[in-house]
Design a binder for this molecule. Structure first.
Ligand code: ADP
Length: 586
């Protein structure tokens, strides 16, 4: 893989190579031209000097003399020197012998000679047939009786040699510059590469979910600016995500804590959310979040309710029993959930089983009260009619009035008990807790019911065990509760039996029991005995005068103390009612 650093290095180096090559080429051509020009002008100066030397020197006329002179001057200036007569014949040449000179062709038409004749200076570059190489020629006119032009020439290979030296120096300089440039490019690319890698590392860390801010600065240039901008964006996004997560967990906490079941379905009919209450109410084992809601909510009525809202209708609330639990009643309401763009459905479930039960109890209660009142009222009305007929004997009349009195008394008891229950329900009887002497309390209760017991030759036994001598209670209320139990025992136990009132300490409770030798209570009725108006098969009751509210009041009074009351059958026969109260803290 080609890293950013490599690419940057290659780019910087290429730029340097290009720049250096162009500069080198420019330098080389300029140098070449300048050296060329200088060599040429030196050659011109040498030609002029040679012309001057000849013009001022002793006038020579023979060819051997002239050739010698040419050799001498050629030696002095280090270039081929040729003397040309006005007619163009060569009369001296530093590179040729006398025979050679004689064999040379006429030079009158040589370009440099023509130019020298025309302008006073001739220059030419060409292949020399004589020397078999490229030469640079410069010719100038001379004031001399037998020489018209002096021509000096330099082999172009010499020029090339001089140029070569400059070129190789330039190449060396370029090479060094290139090495320097690559070192600089390498160092810079490494530094930039390192910074880019640093930014990339931070970005990778952010990607993996670790949003702790980068501890390093990123520098002040563009890379730094980009890195800082990215860093800020990531931190901002991270902050928003955290905020969303907080909102979400808050919402989840609310939904989890709700008693109502909540189910959210999105506009594509996919399940979005199901809280715990909803799971329990609908007995959902598997919840496919993100899957079509019909896969999870199998009840056809509920599915239809959600579908109705999805189709834009406003359905009525739905009552149903959850699967495998016909005892419970749930009411479901579905409404559109306003989302950002689309509408889903919010389904809210209320478990109204308890409400319905309470409603049923209230209705039963009203029916019971009406029934309980109707019996004595009907009786009273009958006897009053019989009395008003005037046909009754005085004896009958007294009996009728007696019956009327008993029924009125029963109604009075009923109304009194109802009012007491109503007061207890409304918490209008404040609890005044004091430490009570258990024996005193039991004796007072026994004394209260003794007249009824004496009639039936029943006896009482009071037993207070150690640790139960005192109990923390509201004495009047505990007295009422205990009297109810003892009075029941007197009513339901046969004559000549003993009724036992005993108190004992059990762990952190004081238990007071009333046991009798009566018929006991059928097992199936034990659990319902404390309900209002509940009576064990009325035909068994010796005294139909009871209201059926006594034990309900006992339960209420005991629970007000934070205790409880229970009924059981004794193994030896008879019923046993136990009041358990929390013991006083010592
Ligand atoms: P009541 O005023 O009719 O006695 P209670 O609420 O006091 O009403 O008692 C409810 C029913 O419990 C009674 O009708 C009776 O059948 C039964 N019961 C209460 N105490 C005893 C007992 N000691 N032995 C047998 N049955 C009892």
């Amino acid at each position: 893989m080609r890293t950013f650093q490599t690419k940057f290095f290659v780019a910087a180096l290429s730029a340097a190579v290009l720049a250096l090559t162009v500069a080198g080429a420019l330098f080389a051509t300029t140098m070449r031209r300048q050296i060329d020009r200088r060599i040429e002008s030196t050659l011109v100066a040498e030609a002029r000097l040679a012309a001057e030397l000849i013009a001022r020197g002793t006038p020579l006329s023979t060819v051997p003399e002239l050739d010698d002179e040419a050799d001498r001057i050629g030696q002095l200036i280090g270039a081929r020197t040729t003397f040309i007569a006005p007619d163009g014949t060569v009369v001296g040449d530093s590179f040729e012998t006398l025979q050679g000179i004689a064999a040379m062709e006429n030079h009158a038409r040589r370009p440099e000679v023509l130019d020298a004749r025309a302008t006073g200076l001739g220059r030419a570059r060409r292949y020399s047939a004589t020397l078999k190489m490229d030469m640079l020629y410069v010719a100038v006119p001379v004031q001399h009786p037998s020489i018209a032009f002096v021509r000096v020439a330099l082999p172009l290979t010499d020029v090339g040699n001089q140029l070569q030296a400059v070129l190789s120096a330039t190449m060396t300089a370029l090479g060094l510059a290139l090495v320097g440039a690559s070192i600089i490019a390498f160092v810079i690319s490494q530094r930039i590469g390192r910074r880019v890698r640093l930014v990339a590392d931070v970005a990778r860390r952010y990607q993996s979910g670790d949003l702790t801010p980068a501890p390093l600065g990123f520098g002040d240039d563009e890379i730094g600016a980009v890195a800082r901008a990215l860093d800020r964006s990531v931190q901002e996004v991270g902050r928003r995500l955290a905020e969303q997560a907080r909102d979400r967990s808050r919402m989840e906490a609310i939904l989890t804590g709700m008693v109502e079941g909540v189910i959210v379905v999105d506009s594509h009919a996919r399940l979005q959310l199901v809280n715990d209450a909803a799971r329990q109410m609908l007995k959902l084992d598997e919840v496919g979040i993100g899957r079509p809601y019909v896969e999870t909510l199998r009840l056809p009525a509920v599915v239809e309710l959600v579908a109705a809202v999805l189709f834009g209708r406003t359905p009525d609330a739905l009552q149903f029993s959850p699967p495998r639990d016909p005892q419970r009643t749930i009411i479901a309401r579905a409404a559109p959930a306003a989302g950002a763009a689309e509408h889903g459905v919010v389904l809210v479930l209320h478990d109204i089983t308890d409400l319905r039960r309470a409603d049923q109890i209230r209705r039963d209660f009203v029916a019971n009260v009406s029934h309980e009142l109707r019996t004595p009222l009907t009786a009273i009305r009958g006897y009053v009619e019989a009395l008003t007929d005037g046909n009754a004997t005085p004896e009958e009349s007294r009996r009728f009035i007696d019956v009327i009195g008993r029924h009125a008394l029963r109604m009075e008891r009923l109304v009194k008990d109802l009012l007491r229950l109503a007061r207890l329900d409304a918490r209008q009887e404040p609890l005044e807790l004091v430490s009570c002497d258990t024996r005193g309390l039991a004796d007072a209760v026994v004394a209260d019911v003794t007249p009824a017991a004496v009639e039936r030759h029943q006896r009482f036994a009071v037993r207070i065990e150690p640790g139960a001598e005192s109990v923390r209670a509201d004495p009047a209320k505990l007295h009422d509760a205990l009297r109810n139990l003892v009075a029941n025992a007197v009513t339901y136990a046969p004559a000549q039996t003993t009724i036992l009132v005993d108190a004992r300490r059990v762990d952190h409770r004081v238990e007071i029991s009333v046991s009798d030798r009566g018929p006991g209570i059928p097992e199936e009725d034990l659990s319902r005995l404390f309900e209002r108006f509940y009576r064990v098969d009325a035909s068994r009751a010796r005294d139909p005068g009871g209201t059926g509210l006594g034990l309900a009041i006992v339960k209420h009074l005991v629970e007000l103390h934070g205790g409880n009351v229970r009924a059981e059958n004794r193994p030896e026969g008879g019923a046993k009612f136990t009041i358990a109260l929390p013991a006083a803290r010592s």
